[in-house]
Ligand binder design. Structure first.
Ligand code: BG6
Length: 520
């Protein structure tokens, strides 16, 4: 009986659902955030609007400071003007005057060069001044590195040479992806980071982990007793993960053409989704317990040799096509992309996780740019029942499928078969579904990924951030694929028209095993 188990009281089913949800309480100590690259694209599009939103929502403490650090000369006042424009252009909040007043007085600017030690001395002085002005002393200092990766070594060097990493202030550092471009560069980046900061000060951001529905994967698995017993090779036929985008590369040719789809999406977002859906239950909800289990997944992914990569991976690059009724250019016609570029924009693959739970269960992964629509979805395909007891007009029985819809129309769908009403014994496929928007009756605010992740960093919670060993283990999964693809060249590129689901060989990958891709 449940009341015999310590800590598990009997459920009170009479309690109304909404009463059980208490408003989130967020206790954040006064802090200073220094944004390196404070005038750049990421800062303007994401960070500054998110910080304003957090302030407008009263999630920040009374005392905090934001310092934009960049190379151009500006006064604090001029920087505030840039911030205001960014919030107006990219934020969802109206910049109401009293909110803006409250926020903008916390914002200031330091102009400096990343490779100049005097700039860091200036920063040090500014931080000390702010610590005096703030009654409680701004001892918590967060560095957000919103800069291209080649600036990172200079910044680490500058910070540590001026005692800005440890000692005077309690610091944390937030690093954006890409974390290196392969295993070797990732190890070097981690070495540089580790020379200046301890692992518990380092927050490696993957914005997918800030998505509400991605976090829900763990809640769904480990808060419901009915699915976990089925979550293994005995009941699951295979698993699919799709991260599809209808967008092209926007204005990011410089980064994308040297990165390609595997470094951009697979090494991070897809492997994060894979680990959440396949990991063992952690022994607690603390950051390291969860991250330990994720790393085990990456390490048990079956090593891919050349023959395997040839047979079970598919690469593609988009050509011209039509998306949403509009003609769109081929990848090679995008501004900044070389006319003969062999950079892949599509990836599909079958992998195996060689552990007790998943032995023999294929995981099919795919992602691409300029696909017909933007959708991120994980589907768990269950095995067929052992006997076909019921007649059916068509002999095809649809298996049970559980769909975890990450975006858009966030929700969960369970595909089941029921008897079709009538005198015949016909099986009819239907869905049981949960949709965040509809089922919570509009009473739902999806925090944007950066909102959640910045708050977690301010609170000192590393659960949703990648750890060094995780990053390196993820590179060891994808490095062989990248290397072999680069060696092989791409004589057939472009090999899928924009607005289609990728090259035919991606369909073929599943068809030859009697399966097909699934999108709800
Ligand atoms: C980024 C990639 O990490 O994720 C982009 O660099 C991609 O290429 C983006 O477009 C997709 O994120 P989302 O949240 O739109 O699925």
């Amino acid at each position: 009986m449940a009341d015999d188990i310590p800590g598990v009281p009997l459920a009170d089913y009479s309690a109304s659902r909404s009463c059980e949800i208490t408003p989130d309480r967020i206790d954040i100590e006064p802090f200073t955030m220094v944004i390196f690259g404070g005038t750049g694209d990421l800062s303007q599009r994401k960070l500054l609007p998110t910080l304003f939103h957090l302030c407008a929502d009263q999630n920040l403490p009374d005392e905090f400071s934001i310092i934009g650090f960049a190379s151009s000369d500006r006064t604090d006042e001029e920087y505030r003007e840039l911030v205001r424009e960014a919030v107006e252009k990219y934020g969802n909040d109206s910049v109401k005057s009293e909110c803006w007043e409250r926020f903008s007085r916390h914002v200031c600017y330091v102009s400096g060069q990343f490779n100049n030690v005097d700039s860091y001395r200036k920063l040090f002085t500014r931080l000390q001044e702010l610590a005096k002005v703030n009654r409680k002393g701004a001892k918590d200092v967060l560095y957000y590195l919103a800069v291209p990766p080649h600036f990172l070594p200079d910044i680490f060097q500058g910070l540590s040479s001026c005692r800005l990493c440890k000692g005077e202030f309690d610091t944390r550092v937030i690093v954006e992806k890409p974390f290196g471009s392969d295993m070797e560069t990732a190890i070097e980046l981690n070495r540089l980071l580790g020379a200046s900061f301890d692992e518990n000060q380092i927050y490696r951001i993957d914005h997918y982990l800030g998505k509400e529905t991605v976090q829900n994967i763990l809640f769904f698995r480990f808060a419901n007793s009915i699915f976990e017993p089925l979550w293994n090779r005995r009941y699951i036929d295979h698993v699919q993960i799709t991260v599809a985008e209808s967008l092209g590369i926007e204005n990011r040719a410089r980064f994308y053409d040297s990165a390609g789809v595997v470094r951009d999406i697979v090494q991070n977002h897809i492997l994060q989704l894979l680990s959440l859906v396949s990991m063992e239950p952690p022994i607690g909800f603390e950051a390291d317990y969860i991250r330990n289990e994720k790393v085990k997944v990456y390490r048990t992914i079956r090593k891919m040799d050349e023959e395997y990569i040839d047979r079970f991976t598919v690469k593609g690059q988009y050509g011209r096509g039509v998306i949403g009724g509009d003609d769109v250019a081929a990848y090679r016609e995008e501004k900044g992309v070389a006319s003969g570029s062999t950079t892949p924009t599509f990836f599909a693959c079958k992998i195996y996780i060689d552990n007790w739970r998943w032995a023999g269960v294929p995981f099919y992964l795919r992602t691409g740019k300029r696909l017909p629509k933007r959708v991120t979805e994980i589907s768990i395909h269950f095995k067929q029942p052992p006997l076909m007891l019921f007649s059916s007009a068509c002999k095809v029985r649809e298996p049970n499928v559980l769909v975890l819809r990450v975006q858009p129309q966030e929700g969960i769908v369970l595909h089941i078969g029921v008897k079709h009403p009538g005198i015949g014994n016909q099986l009819y496929p239907v869905n049981m579904s949960f949709n965040y928007e509809e089922d919570l009756q509009g009473d739902v605010h999806f925090p944007l990924p950066y909102e959640r992740l910045l708050l977690d960093c301010m609170k000192g919670d590393q659960t949703l951030f990648a750890r060094q060993d995780g990053i390196e283990a993820m590179w060891s999964v994808v490095d062989p694929i990248i290397q072999q693809w680069e060696r092989a060249g791409a004589p057939d590129f472009p090999n899928y028209p924009s607005g289609t689901w990728g090259p035919g060989s991606a369909e073929e990958l599943l068809h030859r095993e009697g399966r097909q891709w699934h999108i709800w």
